[in-house]
Write a protein that binds this ligand. Structure first.
Ligand SMILES: Cc1cc2nc3c(=O)[nH]c(=O)nc-3n(C[C@H](O)[C@H](O)[C@H](O)COP(=O)(O)OP(=O)(O)OC[C@H]3O[C@@H](n4cnc5c(N)ncnc54)[C@H](O)[C@@H]3O)c2cc1C
Length: 575
């Protein structure tokens, strides 16, 4: 029976106890979208499942993407028809059935500059794109536009050389929230989901079969052994490292390609649609994101730290230059309020011959290097459900030896938490606002993030009315969301809340530095943090901001810190 999948950070001890004591059918290593998807796939087939994630859910690539659920128009040019076809089917399933509260249609304008050559070419691509959709059609078909109507829709475009445009539809998602919701849905089907727990080695039977993993609790250093019939590696750009620690040689390697996005205020680009423009090597997206635009991305080889890919000043300059080729009013560094980098886990088969990362296929690869171990890499966020199905199929393929018949994947019929009942909750927005004394806008914000579970967040306001207040001036997040992140969403550190449960890290000009003390206070009350621990959490977050952002200096945003008063001053200011 499915529960509400609460991942209560206060129950961590009990959860670690289960990890050590139980015998699982499938142990998943990695809590990005692929690992969360694999945990859900296996749990919803009736299997006993555990998932371990070294840091936080979605802390790797799965919180750092372009946040599009799309077929990938540009893959048509690479004749990757299968990938586009599958991705479009997944997009439609997510928008219409599995996660309508999280995955929303979005329009993109494709400006045309060479009328005679470009319109038939792009038009044909879009006819193909639309024809690959399923029968549900939850997003409209593409349209042709004149230059005049394009400028009406996007006055920000420079009229120079503009010959017309095409308008087409895809979908978008908060990638970190989607990953968390998939993991919670797995937990609702009895999976044990453990964050800040790293796999450090694999356990083998005398015959060489993998029978579990050694893991380390990163919070306490405690070592445990997790017993499982099969282990699944979903470690994204860490895959080669996990293969190494497991002492196995897989049939592929993972190449890392860094992609950077900048975040600018909505007012900086006057347009009522997303936009996609061609660059020399690839494409540049302008993606509407609440009161902001996300603009990107880049595609360069990366060999540095996997955990903290740092955007460089050149990355930002490249994006600004590419954007300014089509804009009437150029964007400058002063417009940039946020920046983030992610690493694409690209499968590098032996025959790729050092191809540029832009040209490597985004299709996924599954490997079973030794009995009892399956690993997967590559793919896209959009196709996570298919990746999860394929790697779980590989992991359970020999369960027949145990006399067990494992059913096929059912996740195309398993709506994510918050999807069921959405139709009945949406019309109740006015009542909820009245009952909990919050604004209608706050309720709409919660519906778009928690779906039918929005009232669970609001109930916290009853216990402490202060939690009904906004977390940061000018941003929609409520303080109740911080408490809920601890009690239902496994948040253990300030960074988990500011970077992934909310997105203040990319949306606030100070990267969320100004809210860090309040977040530490709310989390600290629930998790029993001492004053010293709260101070350490804030310091850790500010240090992280310095590493992962090139703009602006985070400390300057907290007056107490800028004035040299150490974190205690910020704590006092926060009460
Ligand atoms: C810039 C950029 C833009 C993108 N845009 C899009 C897009 O718009 N649409 C789309 O469909 N796709 C997009 N993608 C691709 C998509 O984001 C990735 O394919 C996807 O997020 C990869 O998820 P993952 O779970 O495989 O990897 P990750 O999210 O990186 O997860 C791997 C996890 O494994 C954990 N881990 C590693 N080692 C261990 C260990 N020893 N023990 C326990 N845990 C471990 C890591 O901490 C990490 O959380 C984009 C990618 C990038 C970089």
């Amino acid at each position: 029976m499915a529960g509400n999948g609460a991942l209560d950070a206060r129950d961590r001890g009990a959860m670690l106890g289960r990890l050590a004591a139980e015998r699982f059918d499938v142990l998943v290593i990695g809590g990005g979208i692929t690992g969360a998807g694999a945990a859900l796939d296996a749990a919803s087939r009736g299997l006993r499942v555990a998932l371990v994630e070294s840091r936080d859910l979605a802390s790797g690539t799965s919180s750092r993407s372009s946040k599009l659920i799309h077929g990938g128009l540009r893959y048509l040019e690479q004749f990757d028809f299968k990938l586009v076809y599958e991705a479009l089917r997944e997009r439609d399933l997510l928008v219409s059935k599995l996660a309508p509260h999280l995955v929303k249609p979005v329009s993109f304008m494709y400006p045309l500059y060479k009328k005679v050559v470009e319109r038939p070419y792009v038009g044909a691509g879009l006819v193909l794109y639309d024809s690959m959709e399923g029968t549900r059609r939850p997003v409209p078909r593409h349209k042709h536009m004149t230059a005049r109507s394009a400028l009406k829709r996007a006055p920000a475009l420079s009229p120079d050389r503009l010959a017309g445009a095409m308008l087409y539809y895809d979908a978008q998602v908060d990638d970190a929230r989607h990953t968390l919701t998939v993991a919670r849905t797995a937990a609702a089907h009895s999976a044990v989901v453990a964050t800040r727990v790293s796999a450090t080695g694999l356990v083998r039977s005398p015959a060489g079969r993998v029978t579990g993993a050694q893991v380390r609790d990163e919070e306490t250093g405690r070592e445990l052994t997790v017993a499982a019939e099969a282990v699944v590696i979903c470690a994204g750009v860490w895959t080669d490292l996990v293969h190494e620690l497991a002492g196995v040689k897989a049939g592929y390697r993972v190449r890392m390609s860094k992609g950077v996005h900048i975040v600018v205020p909505r007012a900086a680009v006057d347009a009522s649609t997303g936009m996609i423009v061609r660059t020399e090597k690839s494409v540049l997206f302008f993606i509407p994101w609440g009161d902001h635009w996300i603009v990107g991305t880049t595609d360069t080889d990366w060999s540095g730290d996997r955990a903290e890919p740092a955007p460089s000043a050149e990355d930002v300059e490249y994006i600004l230059a590419a954007a300014n080729r089509v804009l009437a009013r150029p964007l400058t560094r002063a417009d940039v309020i946020g920046v983030y980098a992610g690493l694409r886990p690209l499968v590098d088969p032996a025959e790729s011959n050092g191809k540029s990362t832009t040209k490597l296929s985004r299709e996924h690869v599954v490997d079973v290097p030794v009995p009892g171990l399956a690993s997967i890499a590559g793919g896209k966020f959009t196709t996570y459900r298919l990746m999860a199905r394929d790697v779980v199929d590989a992991a359970v393929a020999d369960f027949g030896r145990l006399g067990r018949e494992v059913p096929g994947s059912v996740t195309d019929r398993v709506p994510l938490l918050g999807a069921d009942g959405l139709a009945a909750v949406q019309p109740a927005a006015g009542r909820l606002a009245e009952d909990y004394d919050v604004t209608q806008a706050a309720v709409q914000h919660l519906l778009g993030r928690y779906g039918a579970l929005a009232e669970d967040v609001l109930r916290l306001v009853r216990t402490d009315s202060g939690l009904g207040r906004p977390l940061a001036e000018g941003h929609p997040y409520l303080r109740a969301e911080v408490a809920y992140a601890v009690t239902h969403e496994s948040a253990l550190h300030v960074e988990d809340v500011l970077m992934r449960r909310t997105r203040l890290f990319i949306e606030a000009a100070d990267g969320g530095a100004g809210a860090a003390a309040d977040v530490a206070a709310i989390m600290g009350r629930l998790l029993g943090w001492s004053r010293r621990r709260r101070a350490a959490e804030i310091r850790r977050y500010l240090d992280l901001l310095e590493t992962e952002r090139v703009v602006p200096a985070a400390a300057a945003a907290v007056p107490a810190l800028a004035a040299g008063v150490p974190v205690a001053g910020a704590l006092a200011a926060a009460g």
